[in-house]
Design a protein around this ligand. Structure first.
Ligand SMILES: Nc1nc2c(c(=O)[nH]1)N[C@H]1C(S)=C(S)[C@@H](COP(=O)(O)OP(=O)(O)OC[C@H]3O[C@@H](n4cnc5c(=O)[nH]c(N)nc54)[C@H](O)[C@@H]3O)O[C@H]1N2
Ligand SMILES: Nc1nc2c(c(=O)[nH]1)N[C@H]1C(S)=C(S)[C@@H](COP(=O)(O)OP(=O)(O)OC[C@H]3O[C@@H](n4cnc5c(=O)[nH]c(N)nc54)[C@H](O)[C@@H]3O)O[C@H]1N2
Ligand code: SF4
Ligand SMILES: [Mo]
Length: 745
């Protein structure tokens, strides 16, 4: 067995590079799968070193329970689960169902995200569930849904970018956040919009370097120029869109000189950008978190969509608009029902037909489905308050590091009656918990992930979870049963959960009903929507496509079947594996939808909508006390809150500590030397980080990566401003000052 190989995908970002795992845990090796078009044989440093997290020396191997002396101490599973269920029942009995809250993550598989939403709404009966994707994709999702009627981050395959002539990247730094994506951007001339001259910007034909928080003005200005330079694609606008006139009214006054004044981007560069895009036979506009994580993120994305529509790009073969989804399952995670306002299939929790459909699949009355509840930051902010939740269950996030206004969030978490964290490492959030539940990780479990191009992929187990560790699905099932649910309602086998989510998503915007493990294991490239037959019957397996059922690479896991309750797939579960439903012989299964908008957009009239949006300043702008823009983001060798990557020696060596990138002139002005420890202070708090003087950042801006714990948490200086439409926090702009740290060398 140990020599067997498993085909799976990287545990980290939404590119979901295909990998092959070989060897046992101690010498586990990963290499890129040669034939997957997205990574095309490439991996970034995080992907190459991913086995390090499986071998983390402080891996959680037993539940932990906080004892009366205040220490977290090892406990048995029965004790821990009984304790959690008992406390949850008690808190619910005393304060009502909404006193219990759930926080999920975009790293969870589709199966887990689905089960978590169902667990919250059925087993807990709470409306209080949201997830870290709110901090990630919510602005782009709100804008894309409004414009196109559907939010699939890239509505075309990544490989379409190979043929593009010009790609505008607004606030994305894929050279560090998705390095293999650059293989698809070799042909295109890049226009990069970023306050820093990033590794991506260094490869650009044109770098626009606006002040943080001014992208909306820039996008309005680019639309203005598109029209005044006579570059509007009038035929496309007439045939495929509505709302142009109202959108145009908002940008009439954004003439180039005014845009230059607000953003700092020279008129000549604005004009060059528009001419490059309009002159290209094939062009793409893509947004990343730099443009989206603002208190006007949704409007900013809308303005970039307006620009793309004016140029006739979306839904045209070879061109398009997209957003680069971040987390491994950031796409699937936002359509399986762990968001406060959503049900599986990207259905709206307030739509009566959607409620009725999901309630039917769950076998309950539609009135039983609670919600919508609070958005992620509002939920964290309400914890332990008079009207807020008293208990929180966290699956797949580390908000003590990654949530905005982190010190406040940590104090809210500390005010809870009960904090339960399921994780595989002792994260900073787990350290505050009353109960910690140790769960399996990527190479130890089966499931599916939906990548940034909307393609559903199989995650496969290669190792058996260590003794003492259970899967998230098992944990949810055990808790549900203790809370009085029927065990059948909460299957722990991923394949069974997937079969159920196929039915739950059937007919929804993100329709997975035609997708099966068999089709995926046979190597089909399936992008949602992928409906089954109109009767919901399983089309997978017809044409003999399902012949491999249950005998694929997932049998490689070391004696996985020896422990039936691990919830991992045995891979040999016989003829009924996935082939429930009755495939109708002779009918071809739906091929999936790699390109969503070629014929029509998803609004009832088939047209895309321009949005009438105007610029507004960020919640905080620099002043005498806080004279600089503080922005935050990522470096290549660390991932998110760093809970995983700070445990991989190669990555620690590559990016050991928080830095504050600052222009050398600005550093001098504030008495700072390169390599010195500095304090970055906003109205919300102070971050300690080492000065990295670089001419690649604007002189009015400093940048701090958010991957580090303790006093180095970038989120100690971020505030509580939220986008009114998406409830996205303003991670990308704070007003700050930078001073030498006392006692720092
Ligand atoms: N190495 C690494 N890769 C990752 C991740 C990781 O943590 N580490 N996380 C994954 C996830 S979940 C996500 S969401 C993606 C994020 O991927 P990206 O969006 O590429 O990442 P960020 O670094 O957050 O932001 C991108 C850029 O926005 C710029 N920026 C800051 N403020 C502004 C502004 O006001 N306007 C504009 N136009 N730009 C601005 C920053 O300088 C930064 O270079 O990465 C994914 N990949
Ligand atoms: N200042 C600032 N803050 C930011 C951002 C920014 O750009 N600037 N970006 C925001 C964005 S885009 C994102 S996506 C968030 C991400 O921030 P977080 O939500 O904190 O993301 P991770 O660090 O990936 O945390 C995931 C945690 O869950 C665990 N985990 C991973 N997989 C699983 C699983 O399958 N099951 C369970 N039970 N646990 C699991 C990991 O070990 C880790 O402890 O941060 C946001 N915060
Ligand atoms: S780009 Fe993303 S998916 Fe690919 S290896 Fe790096 S972290 Fe993994
Ligand atoms: Mo993200």
């Amino acid at each position: 067995m140990e020599s067997a190989e498993s085909a799976t995908h990287c545990p980290y970002c939404a590119l979901q590079c295909a990998t092959v795992l070989s060897g046992r845990r101690a010498e586990l090796a990963v290499r890129p799968a040669p034939d997957f078009p997205v990574n095309a044989g490439g991996l970034c440093q995080k992907g190459w070193t991913a086995p390090g997290v499986l071998r983390a020396p402080d891996r959680l191997l037993t539940p932990l329970v906080r004892r009366p002396d205040g220490e977290l101490a090892p406990a048995g599973w029965e004790e821990a689960l009984d304790l959690v269920a008992g406390r949850l029942r008690e808190i619910r009995g005393r304060h009502g169902a909404d006193a219990v809250a759930v926080f999920g993550g975009g790293g969870l598989t589709n199966e887990k995200a689905y089960a978590l939403g169902k667990f919250a709404r059925l087993a807990l009966g709470t409306s209080q569930i949201d997830y870290n994707g709110r901090f990630c994709m919510s602005s782009a999702a709100a804008a894309a849904t409004a414009a196109f009627g559907l939010d699939r981050g890239l509505p075309f395959p990544v490989t379409d970018l190979d043929e593009s002539d010009v790609v505008l990247l607004a606030g994305a730094n894929p050279a560090e956040t998705m390095p293999p994506l650059l293989r698809h951007l070799r042909r295109a001339d890049l226009v990069v919009v970023d306050p820093r001259r990033t590794r991506t910007a260094q490869q650009a034909a044109l770098h626009l370097q606006p002040a943080p928080g001014t992208d909306l003005a820039l996008a309005l200005g680019l639309l203005h120029l598109t029209v005044t330079e006579g570059l509007l694609d009038k035929e496309y606008v007439d045939a495929r869109t509505t709302g142009f006139d109202a959108a145009w009214e908002q940008c009439v006054a954004w003439w180039p000189e005014r845009v230059e004044q607000v953003t700092g981007v020279p008129v000549a560069d604005q004009r060059a950008a528009v001419r490059m895009l309009a002159g290209a036979a094939r062009a793409h506009v893509l947004t990343g978190r730099g443009a989206e994580q603002h208190s006007k993120g949704a409007d900013t994305v809308a303005a970039f969509i307006n620009l793309a529509l004016a140029l006739g790009l979306p839904g045209r073969a070879g061109s398009g608009f997209g957003t680069l989804t971040g987390q491994g399952n950031g796409q699937g995670g936002r359509e399986m029902g762990q968001k406060a306002d959503q049900l599986p299939g990207y259905r709206s929790l307030t739509d009566p037909a959607a409620r009725a459909h999901v309630a039917r699949v769950w076998g309950v009355e539609a009135e039983r489905l609670p919600g919508p509840g609070r958005s992620a930051y509002e939920l964290l902010d309400a914890l332990g308050t008079e009207s807020g939740p008293r208990a929180l269950l966290v699956f797949g996030s580390n908000p003590v590091v990654s949530a905005p206004r982190a010190a406040h969030v940590a104090s809210r978490l500390s005010a809870l009656d009960l904090l339960v964290v399921a994780d595989f490492v002792p994260s900073e959030t787990a350290a505050l918990a009353d109960v910690v539940l140790p769960v399996a990780q990527w190479a130890e479990e089966e499931g599916t992930m939906t990548s940034l191009e909307g393609r559903v992929l199989r995650r496969r187990a290669h190792l058996r979870p260590p003794p003492g560790v259970r899967t998230d699905l098992e944990v949810l099932r055990s808790l549900a049963v203790r809370l009085g649910q029927d065990a059948d309602r909460f299957p722990a086998r991923p394949r069974e959960v997937f079969e159920e989510l196929r039915r739950a998503t059937a007919g929804g915007v993100a329709d997975y009903s035609g997708i099966s493990y068999e089709r995926l294991d046979a190597g089909e490239a399936l992008h949602w929507p992928c409906p089954a037959g109109e009767d919901g019957a399983d089309d997978g397996g017809v044409d003999g496509r399902g012949a491999e059922a249950g005998s694929g690479p997932d049998t490689n896991a070391e004696d996985r079947a020896a422990s039936p309750d691990t919830g991992a797939e045995s891979g040999a579960d016989g003829p009924d594996a996935g082939a429930q439903g009755t495939g109708r012989r002779g009918r071809r299964p739906h091929p999936g939808t790699p390109r969503v908008f070629l014929d029509r957009f998803a609004h009832p009239d088939g047209r895309a909508r321009f949005a009438a949006v105007d610029h507004r300043p960020p919640a905080e702008v620099p002043d005498a006390a806080f004279p600089l823009y503080g922005t935050t983001g990522r470096v290549l060798a660390q991932y998110q809150s760093g809970a995983q990557t700070r445990r991989v020696p190669e990555l620690v060596a590559a990016a050991p500590e928080a830095v504050v990138e600052i222009h050398p002139d600005t550093a001098r002005r504030f008495g700072l030397a390169d390599g010195q420890l500095a304090e970055v202070t906003s109205a919300h708090g102070t971050v300690r980080a080492r000065v990295r003087a670089t001419r690649d950042v604007r002189a009015d801006t400093v940048f701090v990566p958010f991957h580090y714990p303790g006093a180095a948490r970038a989120n100690l200086f971020t505030g509580d401003a939220l986008d009114p439409r998406s409830r996205m926090p303003e991670f990308k702009v704070s007003a700050v000052r930078v001073t030498p740290a006392d006692g720092g060398p």
